[in-house]
Ligand binder design. Structure first.
Ligand code: IMP
Length: 192
């Protein structure tokens, strides 16, 4: 079975391929020569994941899955959420995003937050959704050098270190993305 993972990110692709049996071949956007700016104009993670998966299925005819992730902060009514990448502006500047979030949370004692990943899968004419959640809290000062995005200010529940102080292997055991991917892989392994 051939299936497109709607990403240009080679690391994400490798990670998912390594979890799948040999009967499933993952194709990237580069492999199918899709260099379009796929619209991510929905107001929810679910909506964006579906938009991306549908774009590929409709234009190229492949079965496809796409992911979208956001950091949802309780005290900010779920912000930055679907706007996490461009919270402080269009250019996905991680440092500016982190600083803006720390300013927005100034004075709040409730620092609960969660990362949430949604994967939308189009398979044989049907749509399936998979979700992975990692709960934790926003710490007051960035800690650690690893990872990306908001990792330095997110401390997962049950740990005394931020994501940025964990190795990738450690983070991948508990992360939102890993949990969602695990659900997708189990599903694909059953159906292929
Ligand atoms: P994407 O949907 O995977 O592109 O994620 C959207 C945005 O959410 C990223 O640009 C990051 O700002 C943030 N984000 C997603 N996953 C993570 C993570 O594992 N750690 C920190 N930030 C993340």
């Amino acid at each position: 079975m051939k299936i497109v993972f709607a990403t240009h990110n080679k690391n994400k692709l490798k990670e998912v391929q390594s979890m799948l049996s040999d009967s499933i071949t993952l194709l990237s956007l580069d492999t199918i020569e899709c260099f379009d700016e796929i619209p991510e104009t929905a107001e929810t993670l679910e909506g964006n994941a579906i938009l991306k998966a549908n774009y590929i299925t409709e234009k190229y005819g492949y079965d496809c899955f796409a992911d979208d992730t956001g950091l949802e902060v309780e005290a900010l009514d779920g912000a930055p959420g679907v706007y996490s990448a461009r919270y402080a502006g269009q250019e996905n500047d991680a440092n500016a995003n982190v600083q803006k979030l720390l300013r927005a949370m100034h004075g709040y004692t409730d620092r609960n937050a969660q990362f949430r990943t949604v994967i939308a899968l189009n398979l044989k004419g049907k749509l399936y959704l998979f979700e992975g959640v990692c709960k934790g809290e926003i710490i007051k000062n960035p800690q650690g050098e690893n990872g990306f995005g908001y990792d330095s200010i997110f401390k997962p529940e049950g740990f005394d270190r931020s994501f940025a102080e964990m190795s990738l292997t450690e983070k991948n055991k508990i992360s939102h993305r890993a949990l969602a991917i695990d659900k997708l892989v189990r599903f694909l392994s059953k159906t292929s």
